[in-house]
Design a protein around this ligand. Structure first.
Ligand SMILES: [Zn+2]
Length: 545
């Protein structure tokens, strides 16, 4: 305390007395319970890396007993350097009448080899006796023995399920369950509003009671809320004001039913609006908009325009007099400066959403001082966004676009034509087949090849790389990792378009490309050729240095 080792300039915005609030993300587990949300293994790895980049304290990866994907996730993410962020595996207390060490769930949690394990247990006496069919004493033993067992190799975060409803029904017993976890060595006791129906004043009161009831232990109390009363963020803040020091939630609030607490709003409110708290070690909040959109795109969900802080409309202004006023005194119509969360003010009819991205990429290409080129890029992005493009998740296509507009793009190949034949096989072999025939030019030479695939896109991908592999052997280590299709509303007055996002990878990195067309094959072809061009440009610049 007060040893003076901190750089004052880095922390100047915060006073030394600001209380650090840990941010615990469960997008990959609770968030994936949301309707229409499904993450591939690669999606999960990408999101975890993004979360670590912005400094989220805890990243819950999933439930290792439930599926192979989560097991693979823990295995792969272990190799990453995630800075100060800790990966958590999630699981339930041991089964009744079984030793913790023998329980398959406990074993799976240990095998995930994470620095933290989040253990969920029953708070509500009714749930113990009528859902689990165990005595109240056995429930306490299940909590304590599980926490003790898991705590031998990891930091244990205890999630007290239905804490608020359980407390209402039987406050003494609810507190007892927390004490069972704390006395067994759990480091965090997280109060869950599992049904999402509690009000802020109740959350505050019960949080104070939980802190009071566990004073004898060296533990921190956290909060995990659901949004059924549209109060998940307010409830999280109420718990923090009552003394909680960890907030669990998801990016954009995605999750089961009405979702979880939206960590974007939680972090923005704690860091920018409320006084006395420090989040993400005092880092700024300028990456929130980018993070929010990245998660939407990866989850294949539409953005919420009116989402507080980061929505496209959060700082949008329409109308003559009003716009005039905005230009004169932005503050009169905005609760914060949009730049603080990486968002931007939008005036008139501009659809532009990616200005900050453009500036960032422009800096990478060292063209930010070329005003004429910057204008050209901006207007091209507006035009493409009106057609249904979104570059948030298609950095490689965006890179190529900038190269094209700045006349530094030399294509490695020229697609001449492709043809797809698709149909069902005869009844004896079953299934659907597709064949792609690809014709393209490399320099003056014509290349021609055909390939089969499980579907048209698979066949196109195989055919394209086969046709090019003679000229470019480096394509051997490239593979298609993920493929997403969405119907999007393009600009006013035109038909709906198909947007295809492709994630490709090689041994070193992954990259995203995009294609938009009214035809799904054409959109896929565009995203595939971009993916290959990007790889070839990457190899060329790597070899030239
Ligand atoms: Zn939950």
């Amino acid at each position: 305390m007060g040893s003076g080792v901190f750089s004052l300039s880095a922390l100047s915005k915060y006073s030394m007395t600001d209380r650090p609030i840990q941010i615990y993300d469960t997008t990959l587990r609770d968030g994936s319970q949301g309707e229409g949300v499904s993450f591939s293994l690669q999606d999960k790895l990408n999101i975890a890396r993004r979360l670590a980049e912005i400094g989220i304290n805890f990243i819950e990866g999933g439930y290792p007993l439930s599926n192979e994907k989560d097991v693979a996730f823990f295995k792969q993410i272990r190799k990453d350097n995630l800075g100060d962020s800790k990966i958590c595996a999630f699981g339930m207390t041991r089964r009744r009448a079984m030793k913790a060490a023998d329980d398959p769930g406990m074993k799976a949690l240990v095998a995930a080899e994470t620095p933290c394990i989040t253990l969920v247990g029953k708070t509500w006496d009714y749930h113990a006796t009528d859902v689990l069919n165990v005595t109240l004493e056995e429930n306490l033993a299940m909590i304590g023995e599980s926490a003790e067992f898991l705590g031998r190799g990891a930091e244990v975060i205890y999630d007290a399920e239905h804490f608020f409803d359980g407390y209402k029904a039987n406050p003494e017993y609810a507190i007892e369950t927390l004490r069972a976890a704390a006395s067994a060595g759990a480091k965090y006791l997280v109060l869950c509003d599992t049904n999402g129906g509690t009000l802020p004043e109740q959350v505050a009161e019960v949080t104070r009671a939980a802190i009071d009831g566990t004073r004898d232990y060296e533990v921190r109390v956290g909060i995990h809320t659901h949004n059924d009363g549209e109060l998940a963020v307010a409830n999280s803040l109420a718990a923090v004001d009552a003394g909680a020091s960890q907030v669990q939630g998801t990016i954009n609030g995605i999750g089961e039913r009405c979702g979880n607490a939206d960590l974007i709003s939680v972090m923005a409110n704690l860091a920018l609006k409320k006084k006395g708290y420090q989040v993400l070690g005092g880092r700024d909040m300028k990456h929130l908009t980018e993070l929010s959109r990245y998660v939407y795109e990866t989850a294949n969900l539409q953005w919420r325009g009116g989402q507080p802080f980061v929505g496209q409309s959060a700082f949008a202004h329409k109308g003559g007099m009003h716009v005039h006023a905005i230009n004169k005194a932005a503050k009169t119509y905005e609760h914060i400066d949009p730049a603080l969360v990486g968002n931007e003010r939008r005036i008139l009819v501009s659809e532009l959403s990616g200005r900050s991205n453009i500036v960032a990429v422009a800096t990478k290409h060292n063209i930010q001082d070329d005003r004429e080129l910057m204008d050209k890029i901006l207007s091209e992005v507006v035009r493409l966004e009106n057609q249904g493009y979104q570059f948030e998740n298609a950095g490689a296509s965006f890179d190529l676009l900038i190269k094209k507009l700045s006349n530094t793009f030399t294509p490695h190949f020229e697609p001449i034509k492709y043809r797809i034949v698709a149909g069902d096989r005869d009844s004896s072999s079953g299934g659907v087949f597709a064949e792609a025939i690809i014709k393209l030019k490399v320099g003056e030479e014509l290349w021609f090849d055909a390939a089969e695939g499980h579907g048209p896109v698979n066949a196109l991908d195989a055919g394209l790389r086969k046709a090019l592999s003679g000229a470019f052997p480096c394509l051997h280590d490239m593979k298609l990792i993920d493929y997403k299709v969405r119907v999007v509303d393009s600009g006013a007055g035109t038909a709906a378009a198909i947007r295809v996002n492709i994630e490709s990878g090689d041994t070193k990195e992954t990259w995203g490309t995009i294609g938009v067309s009214d035809n799904i094959i054409a959109a896929s072809w565009q995203a595939l050729t971009d993916a290959v061009e990007y790889k070839l440009h990457k190899e060329r610049s790597a070899n030239s240095v």
